[in-house]
Write a protein that binds this ligand. Structure first.
Ligand SMILES: *[C@@H]1O[C@H](CO)[C@@H](O)[C@H](O)[C@H]1NC(C)=O
Ligand SMILES: *[C@@H]1O[C@H](CO)[C@@H](O)[C@H](O)[C@H]1NC(C)=O
Length: 182
């Protein structure tokens, strides 16, 4: 009887112990510690992935999809914000041109990013890596256009930095899986 009880408790404790260990070191923790080669700090990686409800339970492919979707969502919301800035903009033709340039960049990248999400879903990581790198380059292009106008530069630079952060993390995840597998 005692032996039976003991093994019963071991069944509970011994089987829950490894679960506890793996929960403490989830895929997201492991992945975020591995992206340094792409200059992604664990903090930056976590800032993109942690808020998603599935980030602690999904696999590397799922984390890649979460990051690519976050990049597409960010591009859409930045495009919507720039559209508003354009509506409120003065009649200054230079400011309007800067805003139109950035609006086109962030609008055009959204369908490309949908392609990157699909590419990760079908495990074509090299395609995803290429598209996400091209998305990251949007930030430099908008930033360069915005430099022509001090008034707009600070708000556009903030959007560019936000987008650079999320797109670079998504790119690094696709590049990591492309190199080392899931
Ligand atoms: C991945 O996508 C690229 C670019 O679209 C394509 O050339 C390549 O054949 C695809 N690879 C696979 C394995 O589907
Ligand atoms: C971008 O990431 C860096 C590094 O984690 C962080 O310091 C910065 O606040 C982020 N910027 C924006 C606008 O999200």
């Amino acid at each position: 009887m005692e032996v039976y009880l003991l093994s019963f408790f071991c069944l509970i404790l011994c089987s829950s112990y490894p679960l506890f260990i793996s929960a403490a070191s989830s895929n997201v923790d492991q992945l975020c510690n591995l992206l340094g080669g792409w200059y992604v700090t664990p903090q930056l990686c976590h800032s993109v992935l942690d808020s998603h409800p599935r980030s602690r339970t999904t696999d590397l492919n799922g984390l890649g999809i979460i990051a690519a979707k976050a990049t597409a969502a960010k591009a859409s919301s930045i495009a919507a914000d720039i559209q508003l800035l354009l509506l409120k903009a003065s009649s200054d033709i230079n400011q309007q041109n800067v805003l139109k340039t950035c609006l086109k960049l962030y609008t055009d990248v959204v369908p490309l990013l949908k392609g990157a999400i699909t590419a990760i879903e079908v495990k074509n990581y090299s395609k995803a890596e290429t598209v996400l790198y091209a998305a990251f380059e949007v930030t430099g292009k908008c930033d360069n256009a915005a430099r022509a106008d001090t008034f707009l530069w600070s708000s556009l630079n903030h959007y560019d930095t936000e987008f650079a952060n999320v797109s670079w993390v998504a790119h690094a995840i696709a590049a990591y899986i492309e190199r080392y597998g899931t």
